[in-house]
Design a protein. Structure first.
Length: 130
């Protein structure tokens, strides 16, 4: 389940959302992109969690093309939107196939929309082989 507490602007971030996944509560700060705003407008929503390496993703009720200003540059703790899967993605560790110690999305067309409010280290999130 993903919800949003009372909206408050947070510097260059648009809003903080609350995510409950795998029995863990996370807060994520979304940016001011059109993709993030569409995700905020669709709240609250639920999705079936899928795990790929150290990435969690789930379908959400948002259907958008990849924004022209989308960035696939990701860091551990980033939240992104994957248009082809209509999915929100949470990257909580480097991908096993990545050459660097940072997430490497499977799909090149993914848009970073924010990040977790706290580092995802030792959150007890599940991992699955890629």
């Amino acid at each position: 389940m993903i919800t949003m507490p009372a909206t408050a602007e947070n510097g260059n971030r648009e809003a903080t959302i609350l995510i409950r996944v795998c029995g863990i509560r996370l807060a994520a700060e979304l940016d001011r992109s059109s993709t993030a705003r569409a995700m905020i407008t669709a709240l609250p929503f639920e999705g079936r969690v899928n795990v790929w390496g150290q990435e969690i993703y789930f379908e959400i009720p948002v259907e958008l093309p990849l924004a022209a200003d989308a960035s696939a540059e990701l860091a551990v703790g980033d939240v992104a939107y994957w248009p082809q899967g209509r999915a929100m993605c949470i990257f909580f560790g480097p991908h096993r196939q990545a050459s660097m110690m940072r997430p490497a999305p499977t799909a090149p067309s993914i848009a970073s929309v924010g990040s977790l409010a706290m580092p995802p280290c030792s959150m007890g999130l599940p991992t699955a082989p890629p």
